[in-house]
Write a protein that binds this ligand. Sequence first.
Ligand SMILES: Nc1ncnc2c1ncn2[C@@H]1O[C@H](COP(=O)(O)OP(=O)(O)OP(=O)(O)O)[C@@H](O)[C@H]1O
Length: 609
Amino acid sequence: MSNPNNYRFQVNLSGMINILSNHLYSNPRVFLREVMQNAVDAITARNQLETDYQGKVHIELAGSGAGSTLIIEDNGVGLTEEDIHEFLAQIGQSSKRGEAAFTGETTFIGRFGIGLLSCFMVSDEIVMVTRSAKGGPTLEWRGQPDGTYSIRTLDTDLSAGTKVYLRCKAGSEMYYEPQELERGLYYYGALLPYPITFNNGTSSKVVNDYRPVWIQDPDLARSNREEVLQYGERLMGEQFRDFIPLRTASGRTAGIAYVLPHAVNLNAKRSHQVYLKYMLVSDKAENILPDWAFFVKCLIWTDELQPTASREHFYENERLEEVRDELGEAIRSELMRMADYDPDRLQHIIQLHALSMKALATEDAEFYRIVHRWLPFETTYGRRTLGEMLKEHDHIHFTLTLDEYRQITHVASAQSLLVVNGGYIYDAELMALLPDVNEQVVTERLLPEDVSMSFTDLTPQERKDYYEKTRLADMALQRFRCQIQLKRFKPAELPALFTLSKESSDLRSLEAAKEVSTDTLSSILGSLGSSMQQSAYSTLYLNLDNPVVRRIFQPGSEEMMQVAVEMLYVNALMMGHYPMNKQEMAVLNQGILRFIEWGLSAGGRGDSL
Ligand SMILES: Nc1ncnc2c1ncn2[C@@H]1O[C@H](COP(=O)(O)OP(=O)(O)OP(=O)(O)O)[C@@H](O)[C@H]1O
C-alpha cells in the first residue's frame, strides 16, 4: 500500500513556461539570440562528428506584419526522435551539458535546456523540422505553450540539420520587422566564423560578410586602427577615438577595449559586449573587467566563461576572476607602454578619465609611479597636475575633506601656500601615497587650525586697546556658539574667516537635521545636541588688516557692533559654503535691511560707515 503522506510535486507547465519566457529575459528580442545560439551549438556538435564540415545558418522571413513567419535553418547535428523526447520535450534537459555541471565548462553556449521557450514570447507555437546527422527520418515537432507537443515523420528527405518555424503572435509584429531582424542578426552573429544569410522576403544577403583579421589576433588591431574604430562604432553605436587590444595569456579570451570619448561617472554602468564562441551572448556584462577600468567599453570574445541562464552575466568563479585580472593587466600594461612611447596619447586619456586612472593608481604603486606627474588635482593654485606642482614644490599640503579645504582655501592661497583639495574620491589617499612613488616629495595633511596658526597675533598694546570691543563682538556671536579671535592675516581684503572644530561641525549637522525632523526625532536630536553644546565652539577670525574690520573696532561704532559682527559671521559662513540655519538666515535678512536703512539715512546726511 502506498504511503498516504507521500505526494509528488505537480508542475503547471504553462505557468512555468510563462515565467521562464517572460521573466527570465529582459526583452522578447532575445528569442533571436536563443534560436541562433541553438543553431550555432548544433553546428559545433556536427563539427565534432565531421571535422571538415562547413556550417551555415539561413534565416528567412515570409509574409509581413501579423502574417509573418520566421524560419531559422541550420545544417547542424539535428535531432533523432529519441533526442526530441529527451532534450526538446523536457524542460531543463539539455544535450549540451555532457559531464559538466551547470557551471562547468562545455564546448557549447547553451546548457540549461530552457532557451527555446523564449520563442513563446513571440510565437504561439514552435515548429521544428529536423533530421539527425546520425541518420533517421525527417521529423516534425510541434510544441505548444500549454506543454503539449506532437511528433510526426515527414516523407521529405531533408539533409541533416534543423529548421525552426515561428509564426508571429498578436502584438509581436515589431519583432518580425525585416530591419529589426537584420540588425539583431548582425548584432548577435557579426563575429561568427561561418555565413549567416538573411532573406527578408525579397532579397537575400550575408549578414556577417566581413570578419576582421584581428579577431584571431587582437595585436593586429594596432595596424588597422581606422577599421577597428569603425567596427566598434557599428557594433556599439559610439564614435571612439582610441582603443587598447586585449588578450589573456592562453588566448581563450581576447577583445578590444574602446576608450570612451567622454568622461564617465564613477557609478556609471559598465556594460561590455561579450561573445561566447563568437556569438554575442551579453551586452550587459559588468563583472568582466576590474572596477577601476570604467573608462573603456569592451568587445570581448571568449570560449571559456560560463554565462548564467539569462545570459546577461557570467558566473563569478575562479576563471572569471583570472580573466578579469588578465584583461585588467592588458589595459594597465598598454597604459604603461604609452607613458614611454606615446605620452601625448596617455595624457589625453588621463585628462578625460582622471578618475579611472586615479582608481588604478591607488591600488597599483608601480602604475602610480609612472603616471603620477600627469594626474590632475584641485589646488589653491587652480587645477594642476602633479608634474606642474612638483616643478616648484617639494612639500605639498593636502586636506582630507572638502570642508577642511573650504576653510583653508582663502587664507592658504593668500599666503601662496599650495594646498591640494583631498576631498574628492582617491585624492587624499593618493597624496598620502605620493612620497612612496616619488622620494623627492613630502606630503602633509593640513588642518584648518594649522593655517590659522600662521595668523599674526596682535601686539600686547593692541590687545589692550581692543579688549572691550572684542568682548562685545564675542557676546554678539555667543548664541551661535562662535568665539571671536582678532588677528592680522592675508589677504587684507578678507575681513573674516570661519573655522569649525569637528565637534561643532557635528553640532551644525545635528541642528540642520533638527530643523527638518518630526517632533519626536527633533527632541532626541535636541538632547543629543545639548550634551555637545558645552564644548562645541567654532571660531570667527576677524582680520584687523581689513579696513572695514578696523573701522568696526574703532571707538564710536558700538551702536552697530552687534549687527556688523553678525553680518561678518554670516558672510564668512557663505564664503565657506556652509549651509545656514533659520536663525542665521534671519540675521542675514534683518542685517541687510538695517544696512539699507543706515545707508539711506547716512546718504541723506552725506555720511558713510
Ligand atoms: N537547432 C537545433 N539543432 C539541434 N538541436 C536543437 C536545436 N535547437 C534546440 N535543440 C535541442 O533542444 C534542446 C533544448 O534547447 P534549449 O534552447 O531550450 O536549451 P539549451 O540550448 O540546451 O540550453 P539553454 O537554455 O542554455 O539555451 C537543446 O539542448 C538541443 O538538444
